[in-house]
Structures are given as structure tokens and as C-alpha cells.
Design a protein around this ligand. Sequence first.
Ligand code: ACO
Length: 329
Amino acid sequence: MGSPAIAILGTGSYTPSRILTNEELSQQVETSDEWIFSRTGIRERHIAAKDETTSHMAAAAARIAIADAGLTAADIDLIIVATVTPDMPMPSTACFVQAHLGVLSHAACFDLNAACSGFIYALDTAWAMLGSSRYRHALVIGAERMSTVVDWKDRTTCVLFGDGAGAVVLGPARGTAQIIGTKLYAEGAHAHLLCIPEKKCAPGEIAADAPQPPRTITMKGREIFKNAVREMEQAAREILDHHQIDAAAINCVIPHQANLRIIAAIGQHLNLPPERFFVNLERYGNTSAASIPLALDEARSTGRIKPGDTTLLIAFGAGLTYGSALVRW
Ligand code: ACO
């Protein structure tokens, strides 16, 4: 007997109420709405309040996804949070999410770091775990508080990122909806192109004696751009070939929302028109692991994804990691 069919049963998302526009940013660093929008497609981003942690945003998105699936928190027996901005190094943000959900469900909880590809990595992991039939309903969440790892004086990075969370509930397929496939990749040789360098300690030195520079994002933007286009195209082509699905049969592509020019280039390479891509980065910026589930939830709630549709998800991020997923609704 093969593995049981697993589907996305519900989606949810959450973004903080505080909106930071390009105009406001241009009063903090030397930039302009014109530069940011023409280079990236971003107009504004949401910024978490002081007490609005990654787990709070994740739990808010999760509650909506659980209700959308017609379940309660007690039905969830696995929680995976994809994030590079956990509440703390330990325990995992997923444990905090379980606590916020308020039900002592004893669901297994862990975090996963694959940067902006984190949601696809977590989806693949949860799909495999549910496919083993040892778990029944999983919460897969991408949640980020990027505002805490951005150097707000560095105009080359601070204009790009935003905060938010998106969640899906996976479970036994009802009807014909199901996850068709996933593909994960990484190129560690390019790890240095995009990172949050660790506090450095010399051998034998204890952390308290070492200088403590702030941990913020460093990025080689142009190289990331080129790799992103190449890798997302590869991730899309290989999953379509593997499942013998023509690109033209995809109703909606949900790419990682980093830069509109990256998305446009992928569309050209795959010979897909811009309207086939769902894009909301104008209002959120790059929310890292949250970007795809945030877009997925918006695409569903606005009717852009309908029952019976086939959706292609494509991600790339620090690592460099990249990956894709095919989902039937
Ligand atoms: N405002 C005004 N000018 C700026 C800004 C800014 N915010 N940022 C950079 N500039 C200047 C630069 O200093 C440079 O000036 P110079 O020519 O005098 O040296 C000029 O603009 C051009 O800079 P470039 O870096 O060449 O600009 P580019 O067109 O490549 O756009 C960008 C930069 C938007 C960062 C682009 O390279 C990009 O999007 N790269 C991909 C980044 C990305 O997606 N990162 C997220 C990865 S996902 C993850 O895992 C987190």
C-alpha cells in the first residue's frame, strides 16, 4: 500500500498593524520610494511591535489556518515553524506556538531553518511525516520578525524586509486536493552571499569576553539576484518535468516574494505571463520564510486559487537553499 494522500486543509496569515512606507524609510536612510519601488517592487512593509514576537505572529496565523481546516488545536499533533528569527535560540518557537494555542495537545514541535526557503522545506518535512501515518494533522508555519535582524542604517538591505507569518494545516486528503510533490536543494558553497554572521569568539575565549557586534543581515545583492533567478527556474522546471506537468497547466505560481524583477525574469524563462504569478510583495516586502504561506493565504482568500487548481510554489533563500512544491486544491 502506498503513502496516504496528504492535502493542505486550511491556510491563515497574520501581519502586524504597523506599516512602514518607503517614504518614511527615506527619512531614516538615503533612499527614495522611486529607487526602492523601481528596483524591487516594494512600497511598504509591516513591522512587529516590541512585544509582538515571532511565535505570537505564528500562532495568530495558525489559529486562522486551523479554523479554515474545520479543526481545533487539539487535532494538531505536529507543529513545524520555519524561521530565521526565533523568539529565542531555545526552546523552539514551535513550542511557544503550541503554548499560545492554549491546548495541551502534546503535539511534536520543532523549528527549521532554511531561510526564505524554510516554508517549502517544512512542507516537505511535514508531508513526509504525515505520509508515514504516524502523525495526522500538521501545522506548517513560516514566521519572521526580520525587523530585528536588519541594520536600519544599511540602505542596501533595510529597504527589503518585513515581518509577518503564514500557516497551513496539512492532513489526510479530502476529495482530489493533495500535495503532488516537493523538491529541495542547497548550494552551501554560496553560503557567504547572504548571512547573519554569528558573534565571534577566538579559540579559548568565552562569549562574555568577546566583542558583541549586532547580528544583522549581510548580503551580496547582485550575486543573490542572479542565483535566485537560475535556481528558482531550475526548481520549477525539474518538479514540472518529474511530474510530467506542462507549465501552461499551472493556474497560479506563488514565488518567494523578494523582488519583482526576479519574479519577472523567472516568468520570462518559463514562458509564463506575469498574470500567472501571484505577487503581494508591494505591501509586505520580503518576509523570508513567511512570504510563500502569506501569499498562499491571500491568493486563496481573494479567489485567485480555486478548488481543482494546481499551484506551483518556488522558493530561494540564504544557504543558498531553494525548492519547489506542486499542490492541487
Ligand atoms: N536607495 C538608494 N540607492 C541605493 C539603495 C537604496 N536603498 N541601495 C543601494 N543603492 C545604490 C548603491 O549604493 C549603488 O550605488 P553606486 O552605483 O553609486 O555604487 C546603486 O544603488 C546600485 O546598487 P546595486 O546593488 O547594484 O542595485 P541593484 O539594481 O542590484 O538592486 C537589490 C539592489 C534590490 C538589493 C538587488 O540586487 C536584489 O534585489 N538582489 C536580491 C536580493 C534578495 O532578494 N535578497 C533576499 C534573498 S532571500 C533570503 O533568504 C533572505
